[in-house]
Ligand binder design. Sequence first.
Ligand code: MN
Length: 232
Amino acid sequence: MTTTLFPSPAWPTLPVRGEDAVFPVHRVFCVGRNYAAHAAEMGAEVDREAPFYFTKSALAVVRGGARLPYPPGTADYHHEMELAVAIGAPAFRVTAAQAMDAVLGYGAGLDMTRRDLQARFKDRRQPWDLAKDVEGSAVIGPITRAADLGALGSRRISLTLDGATRQDARLSDMVWSVPELVADLSRFYHLAPGDLILTGTPAGVGPVVPGSVVRGEIDGLDPVELTVTDPE
Ligand code: MN
């Protein structure tokens, strides 16, 4: 039997509504500029040719309700409220019509971002990793099975910061739909059970500070909450 030099990392898991078994996270794919109003507030335009992606380490995933310190290396840490899609079956080179067979369910998610670093990297045409793959930056609420939720339709997606609404949109505002995103990603990856797709944020992103309480909601899903504590 092979022994390891030190314990393998404990992969994050997410609760699934109404079930004892949890969802073990495999990979985290994130979609950029999937709401036109957010692209505009970032000074960019939506690319209607194809979606684009970045990734976060699976180990950046934490469950909703977390209390996390303000991260190092930024003075402009932003909230981004997003629909998280939980993959539950393999998908490779699937069509949009086949894509939903791979979707296990959905959660409310936060794609926390070092916005100051992202802006600098954009200017310098450098990769976004330090801006996006922040430890503890993928905060995900409980997963609800797609069959229990029903159609996504035009459900409201919203976020409050210390009780004040900052992001407020409809899932139907997404430029690329969930089946389109799953199908497109499956051209590049063997999507597998445990993968998460954060589907992009609506307009209204903004900074948090130590003491901030962030609460994200999508109609029909359990909310996601994050409390930001003092930096370490
Ligand atoms: Mn995002």
